[in-house]
Design a protein around this ligand. Structure first.
Ligand code: AP5
Length: 218
């Protein structure tokens, strides 16, 4: 199963990727996570990426495409993968197709999480992330048992610097302008499946599992 999860910030791509990755034993490749790790480690890539991420802009195509192309060469992707947050521009999508073609491979399915702006803003401004294991919470929808503390590992939670309302709105604008055209791109290839990202986590997971079994992907 070679999957792409497409949708606006806050659609729940990361949340579903984690559960799908466990259920189907597929590597979860999130360009956002890879870039945030590079920022945390103060790598040259992170220093460069941070200036874009902090204002909600996209990191240049060649940087992100290079990261993904390298990651797809690792042996754990042999039986499939989940791409979360990549591709995000037509150029990235075309380069991904080329890279996979060279490996005699291609994308099986693109899951488009259609999500309303109000839901996306509410989810992102309320998101809290574990500083240690990275688990995502939401102050109202998915609250931790103890405020500010991760249920899984007990580490403190933090708010992503790009989850303030002003930057969230900038990210949504970037999505509309640069990422939304991918819906048409993949629809033309006949591999796009639209689901509602406004659904609850468990409900959406059930819908996705049924899509895979109907398509005989799993
Ligand atoms: P990235 O980390 O990819 O952020 P994003 O796309 O903006 O996605 P999010 O993580 O904000 O949303 P999500 O859809 O994963 O939602 P989540 O499951 O976390 O990118 C960050 C930055 O990196 C970009 O702005 C850019 O600068 C750079 N970048 C990354 N990839 C790039 C690329 N390809 N090209 C160029 N630049 C790139 O859920 C959000 C919240 O909602 C959580 O609190 C969660 O608990 C909650 N939630 C999730 N699902 C549900 C649900 N069904 N019901 C209720 N609550 C839910």
């Amino acid at each position: 199963m070679r999957l792409v999860l497409l949708g606006p910030p806050g659609a729940g791509k990361g949340t579903q990727s984690i559960v799908l990755s466990k259920k189907y034993n597929l590597p979860h490749i999130s360009t956002g996570d890879i870039l945030r790790e590079a920022v945390k480690a103060s790598l040259p890539l992170g220093v460069k990426a941070k200036e874009y991420m902090d204002r909600g802009a996209l990191v240049p195509d060649e940087v992100v495409t290079g990261i993904v192309a390298d990651r797809l060469l690792k042996p754990d992707t042999k039986n499939g993968f989940i791409l979360d947050g990549f591709p995000r521009t037509l150029k990235q999508a075309e380069d991904l197709d080329k890279a996979l073609k060279k490996m005699s491979s291609g994308i099986d399915m693109v899951l488009y999480f259609a999500t309303s702006t109000a839901v996306a803003i509410e989810r992102l401004t309320g998101r809290r992330v574990c500083t240690s294991c990275g688990f995502n919470y939401h102050i109202k929808n998915i609250p931790p048992k103890k405020e500010g503390v991760c249920d899984m590992c007990g580490a403190p939670l933090f708010q992503r610097p790009d989850d303030n309302e002003e930057t969230v709105r900038a990210r949504l604008k970037v999505y509309e302008e640069q990422t939304k055209p991918l819906i048409d791109f993949y629809m033309k290839q006949g591999i796009l499946k639209r689901v509602s990202g406004d659904m609850g986590v468990d409900e959406l997971f059930k819908v996705l599992s049924k899509i895979f079994s109907d398509a005989k992907l799993a």
